[in-house]
Design a protein around this ligand. Sequence first.
Ligand code: BEZ
Length: 235
Amino acid sequence: MEENQITPMPRIGDKAPSFSAVTTQGEINFPADYSGSWVILFSHPADFTPVCTSEFITFASMEKQFEEAGCKLVGLSVDGLYSHIAWLRTIKEKIEYKDMKNVEVNFPLIEDITMEVAQKYGMIQPGESSTKAVRAVFFVDPKGIIRAIIYYPLSLGRNFDELYRALIAMKAADEFSIATPADWQPGDDVIVPTAGSCGVAKERMENKKDMKCYDWFFCTRPIAKNTVLKKVLKQ
Ligand code: BEZ
C-alpha cells in the first residue's frame, strides 16, 4: 500500500475485503474459505494482555455454541505467529478464569505484524492506538457480505453472549423475514415488516390476526423459541 493512502472502512452491506493470511491453524483465504457459513472476524489489541486473555478464554469456550449456530471464528492481532502460539499455549496450560480452564483455542488467529489486514478492516484507529488493533467484530454472512460491525476500545472486554444473540437474531431475520426488537431473545415476539401502504396500515389496525400492534407502524407477532432454534441451529 502507498504511504498515507487511506483505506475506506468496510461498511455493513459491503463484500468483506478479501485477504490471505498466516494463522495459528495454517494459511487462510478470507472470506472465500468460509463461503456457505457465517464467520466472525474479530481483532484484539495484543497477546499476553489481561483483557484479551479473558476474551479468548470466553470466546474459545463458546466456539462449539457458535459452530452449532453455523458460525466460525477468526481472530487477529498485530502480533507474530510465535507470540500467538506461545500465548495460546499459556492460556491452555496456565490460565484458569471463572471456572474455565484447559481452554484450547482451536479457531485461527491471524498474525498481522504488517497491519495489512487490520488496515483493510479499519481495525487500527489512531486516536486509540496506532500500533494495536481496537476490539473490532465483523459478522460476515454465507455470501461473504458484512452484516454487522461492532467496535470496542482497548480497555473494554466484549460481551460474547451479545455476539451470539446478534448472530441468532440476524439468522432469524433472514429465515422469517422479520426484525427483532430491543434485547430480543429466541421465544420473544418479533417485529413484522412495517406497513408499506395506507391500505396495509389500516388492515393492520383493524384485523390484527396473531399480531399485537402498538400502532400501525409497530406490530409484533410471536414465534416459538423452538421454531426459531430449529431454523437457525444446525440439525
Ligand atoms: C488488555 O487486553 O488488557 C489490553 C490490551 C491493550 C491495551 C489495554 C489493555
